[in-house]
Design a protein around this ligand. Sequence first.
Ligand code: FES
Length: 274
Amino acid sequence: MPSPLVQIGGHPDRFAGNARTDAWWVGPAATALGLTVFFGYLTVRAFQATYVYYEPYVSPTVAPPLFTPASGYPGAVPVSEAWFGAFPEWWPSFLPQSPAFFVPASAIAFRFTCYYYRKAYYRSFFVSPPACAVRGVRRPYRGETALLIFQNLHRYTLYAALFLLVCLWWEGFRAFFKQGELGMGVGTVIMVINAALLTGYTFGCHSFRHLIGGKLDCLTCDGAGTLRYGAWQKSSWLNARHMVFAWMSLVWVVLTDVYIYAVSSGAIEDLNTW
Ligand code: FES
C-alpha cells in the first residue's frame, strides 16, 4: 500500500538524476546552443574585421575604432575615422589588425563575468548543476576564489562598459549624418536600438545597481536621496529583467554587425533618406 506521507528530498543520486516532471533540460541546452552560436560569431568577427564600416555606420564589433588597418581589409573603417589613425608599425604581424581588440574586448570581459552569464555557463557548459534540483557534476564550491578569482573583475569591467556605452551612443548619433547631411537609414535605426538595448543591459547590472545606491543603508537620507532612489528603482526594474536584456542585446549586436556587413559588402542596399 502506497505511503500517504509526502516524500521530501531524496533525489536520485546519479548524474542528471532528479524528481522533476518538466522538460528541465530545454533551458540549459538552448542556452548552450545560443551562447555557442552568438559568441562564436562575435569571436570570428573580432579576428576578421572586414566589412565593418559603411558610411556613416560603424559595426559595434569594432566601435570605437581606436586604430584601423590602412589597407588589406575591405570595408574597414577609414583611417580618417579612427581615433588614432592606422595601426602602428610595431603591431605584431601574426595578429590581424582588428579594432575589436581594444575597447570592444572589454565588453567580452564584462559579459563573461556577468552574474547572469555565470549562471548560464555553470549550468549549460559545466553542468554544475544543469538546473535546479538536478544532480550535476560534483565540484566543490569555491565561489570567486582559485581559478575563478577573475570573476571579481566584474565591478571594474563595468567602468569600461559604461565608457563603451557612451561611444556607442555617439556612433548612433553620428549615424544620422552622412557627409555632413542630416538624414537616416535602416542602419541608423539598428544602431540606435543597439545602443538602447546595451544601455538596458548595463544599467540593470548588479554592480551598477550597487554603485548607484544599493550599497547604502539609507537611500534617502541626504540631499541627493530622491534622485538616487529614482535611479536605483529604475535600475532595479532592469535588474529584474537582466537575463532578457542580456539576450536581446547580444542578439542585436550580432544583427547590427550582420546588417553593416551586408551593406558594406554590397550584398544588400541600405534604405535611407540621403
Ligand atoms: Fe550582468 Fe553586471 S551582473 S552585467
